[in-house]
Design a protein around this ligand. Structure first.
Ligand SMILES: Cc1cc2nc3c(=O)[nH]c(=O)nc-3n(C[C@H](O)[C@H](O)[C@H](O)COP(=O)(O)OP(=O)(O)OC[C@H]3O[C@@H](n4cnc5c(N)ncnc54)[C@H](O)[C@@H]3O)c2cc1C
Length: 549
């Protein structure tokens, strides 16, 4: 994992195989993509503070997990000091590492996790559980002013599917299992978990649970909160165990308290989760709608219908334009196909090529089920003026979705800042929410005198509403610190969410990035209840202090 950016050291985004992207970014942000103006410093130029790990704590930890699993190496501590939010990346690139952990500890089983936690509490040290390090909400960074020893507890050695109860369709999985390992181990036995966040390659089951994550196929499989049944969590009071029952009437749900707890209640070691048989067929088909309101209405009606697709997603016009601009150089056959499509759309008088919206709908199951579902969904698409554009855009989206996150580093190298803010609201609120966010972001760009671009897609549909996922990019004005200008745009968008009756985040968690909106979202008594929970379980504030509230 890069210490300054997303993903693997040897993987990077490039515009060179996408002929329309450079001109598109030039038009949208006034940025010359041919010229990289900034690059991360070399690691050897960084000032990495020495670890302050008391000898007694160090020896207890080494006895608990083995000396080779207690690391004070500079790179290890820097990689574990932050997640991957835009703010994290900017600080790292500036060589401002913050308060990095004093040691990275890697327990190999639940008993060792317990011994590490006990040792940390006895020494009044801070413990920050670490999964894949893909947090985008500031959920991993120790508070800058923290004076106690800080341990990052990396659960990556807990990486196995322990057992599968085929009759109940439940699997016991260790919390440090990364997405690809999980699907590989389940797939070898004919099963799938079906949870595919865009960060899938670099995030873990424990991290998904601790942040209430959601994956692209949540319409069929559910969010992580739906997928997680039983839990094992090492807490200051011992190992908390919830039974993997389908539902329970046992007072307020302890399982729900752990979901989204961001390491503040303990270290999740294992979960029992829903698994499904690998589907016989999986198709993601592309559609175009004449405009955003038609696309949103179609997704709403699909959610209300008997159709049960695995993916429902529609991009607004700005995101559609970017999607088309990221296409690779077309083959002669592609050219013929896109000419034919263009002619078809031009004959349709309700289609304005600058306003149309790209949509993907996914279908999974046996062939007959897929055919029936597709038929049901496509009738609704047609009713809202949509047209099918076949399998290749969906196939491309499916193949490329894990590469897209690398674009943020590409833009940072050229001086532009890009980030995301996502939310959820009832269907009746979504149109006004979309307008409010667009106005707020554009007003912020104007105030700053900076070139900016805002785009959105709707995904993760539910019975009563959906998630709106906004991406924004900013070419800073040069008059202020770019981080301040970024914060002004991000805050305008987040404020528009809560002012419109939506939530501060649908699946990126609270961390430190979103905590200022928590009270407006869940009310003051809600925040007080949460604080009482954290203080009751962890009176010394040793567990990931400062996150959520
Ligand atoms: C490019 C990019 C794309 C993303 N796309 C998505 C997406 O599509 N959907 C989505 O939901 N999220 C997405 N995210 C956000 C992020 O990937 C999720 O929040 C993810 O769930 C974090 O998992 P992780 O294993 O990386 O956890 P980490 O980042 O390591 O930790 C996140 C939080 O969980 C706690 N934690 C981790 N493991 C444990 C454990 N075993 N026990 C207790 N606490 C623990 C940490 O202390 C921290 O508070 C994206 C992030 C990036 C950078």
């Amino acid at each position: 994992m890069k210490w300054w950016g997303w993903g693997l050291e040897d993987v990077a985004f490039t515009h060179e195989d996408k002929p329309e992207l450079g001109p598109f970014i030039e038009r949208a942000l006034g940025l010359d993509v041919g010229r990289a103006t900034a690059s991360p410093p070399s690691f050897s130029d960084l000032h990495v503070p020495d670890p302050a790990l008391p000898d007694t704590l160090s020896s207890v930890l080494e006895r608990a997990v083995g000396p080779e699993w207690v690391s004070v190496a500079a790179l290890d501590r820097v990689v574990h000091g932050r997640g991957k939010s835009l703010r994290d990346l900017l600080y790292q690139r500036r060589g401002d590492l913050g308060r990095i952990p004093d040691a990275v500890v890697r327990p190999g089983d639940e008993d060792q996790v317990g011994r590490v936690l006990r040792a940390a509490l006895d020494a009044d040290a801070v413990v920050i559980p670490f999964g894949g390090g893909s947090s985008i909400s500031g959920s991993l960074e120790p508070p800058r002013e923290e004076r106690r020893p800080v341990l990052s507890v990396d659960v990556g050695r807990l990486d196995r599917v322990l057992s599968i109860d085929a009759e109940s369709r439940l699997a016991r999985v260790q919390a440090g299992t990364f997405g690809p390992d999980l699907e590989r181990q389940l797939g070898a036995r004919g099963w799938t978990f079906g949870h595919y966040p865009d960060s899938f390659t670099h995030s873990t089951l424990g991290g998904w649970i601790a942040t209430r994550s959601s994956g692209m196929q949540s319409d069929r499989y559910g969010d992580i909160a739906d997928l997680t049944r039983g839990l094992r969590v090492v807490t200051p009071n011992g190992v908390l165990v919830t039974r993997p029952v389908p539902s329970a009437s046992t007072g307020p749900s302890v399982r729900e308290m752990v979901l989204g707890s961001e390491g503040r209640l303990g270290i999740i070691t294992e979960a029992t989760v829903h698994v499904r048989r690998l589907p016989e067929q999986r198709r993601i088909l592309g559609y175009l709608f004449p405009a955003w309101p038609a696309g949103v209405a179609a997704m709403r009606d699909i959610a209300a219908s008997e159709a049960a697709p695995s993916v429902t997603r529609v991009s607004d016009a700005p995101e559609t334009l970017l999607s088309f601009a990221t296409r690779k150089a077309p083959t002669p056959l592609d050219r013929v196909k896109s000419r034919a499509l263009r002619e078809l759309l031009q004959r349709r008088r309700d289609f304005d090529l600058g306003a149309m919206c790209l949509s993907f709908i996914g279908y999974e199951g046996d062939r007959r089920h897929v055919a029936v579902q597709r038929n049901l969904a496509e009738r609704i698409v047609k009713r809202h003026g949509g047209v099918g554009i076949g399998a290749s855009p969906g196939r491309l989206y499916d193949q490329k979705k894990f590469d897209t996150p690398y674009i943020r580093d590409f833009l940072l190298d050229r001086g532009a800042l890009a980030d995301v803010s996502e939310t959820a609201a009832p269907w009746s609120v979504l149109p006004a929410l979309y307008d409010a966010v667009s106005s707020a972001a554009n007003a912020a760009f104007d105030r700053l005198g900076a070139r900016g671009y805002l785009m959105c897609h709707l995904s993760h549909s539910y019975h009563s509403g959906a998630c709106l996922y906004f991406t924004f990019a900013l070419n800073p004005s040069g008059r202020r610190d770019p981080l301040e200008e970024y914060s002004e745009v991000k805050e305008s968008i987040q404020q528009a969410f809560v002012d419109s009756g939506a939530t501060l985040s649908h699946h990126h968690a609270v961390g430190t990035e979103h905590s200022q909106w928590l009270e407006q979202d869940i009310s003051a008594p809600g925040v007080a209840m949460m604080r009482a929970l954290f203080e009751g379980i962890d009176p010394g504030a040793n567990l990931n202090p400062g996150k959520i509230t």
